[in-house]
Design a protein around this ligand. Structure first.
Ligand code: URA
Length: 229
């Protein structure tokens, strides 16, 4: 019900507890599973129709926060999305980071992509405060330990103070923390890909809906390999 956009999960539970939901003519119970495409589900006597699934990518500019709720008059990524249904950002980018954000109302796919076991690979274009030394580059190749867990870093290219890398991580400020560990400050961070999705030439501040082929490819994003990739 929450997925169909009726109300929050908690409010939906309340509706069930109050006996206002029926499945195939019988009062629904908490924890009962039902499928809106097969079962006849009524909420307050009205049929529950599953909300159409929507998928967008957005090129987030600097200065926008990745949250669905207004934050003290700050710009949010939701200001840049025109969707007929409510969609939610999958994962986050810092306010000063730029690049690819996926937004959807497909909770199952969002959970899969952000699950620690599956974490879709993400590609970042990183600019540092100064040129990366050969020693630092070697340390990066070996993997960086952050809060007891090693982050495997797949370096795509490195020139002077810019690096293109891929990681399977979703921890907060992870790229900045990787470089802080090496004694560098990230001065610009652009996410260029999430799994098979690429930012491409999508203009800053613009969004577009994914094609069904892109959604299919995204669904196929499998679990990460056990060690490095
Ligand atoms: N890592 C960061 O440090 N910041 C981001 O916004 C994304 C990844």
């Amino acid at each position: 019900m929450a997925q169909a956009g009726i109300a929050s999960r908690r409010a939906c539970e309340k509706l069930i507890e109050e006996g206002r939901v029926t499945v195939n003519g019988k009062k629904a119970t908490l924890g009962q599973s039902a499928d809106a495409t097969k079962d006849r589900i009524l909420v307050n006597g009205n049929p529950l129709t599953p909300e159409e699934k929507k998928y967008f990518i957005l090129h987030k500019p600097r200065g926008y926060v990745t949250t669905v709720t207004e934050k003290h008059g700050m710009n949010t990524v939701m200001d840049l999305i025109k969707s007929p249904v409510r969609v939610y950002p999958v994962g986050r980018l810092d306010i000063d980071s730029e690049g690819l954000i996926l937004l959807t109302n497909d909770g199952d796919l969002a959970n899969k992509l952000t699950h620690p076991r599956y974490h879709a690979p993400k590609e970042y274009h990183v600019t540092l405060d100064r040129q990366l030394s050969a020693t630092a580059l070697d340390r990066l190749r070996e993997g960086i330990r952050i809060e007891g867990r090693t982050v495997n870093v797949d370096i795509q290219s490195a020139h002077g103070n810019t690096i293109l890398l891929r990681i399977h991580e979703g921890r907060k400020h992870i790229v900045k923390r990787i470089f802080l560990q090496l004694g560098y400050t990230v001065t610009r961070l652009i996410r260029t890909a999430i799994g098979p999705l690429r930012l491409g030439n999508l203009a800053k501040g613009k969004s577009r809906e994914l094609s069904s082929k892109e959604v299919e490819e995204l669904r196929k994003t499998g679990p990460r390999p056990p060690k490095a990739f």
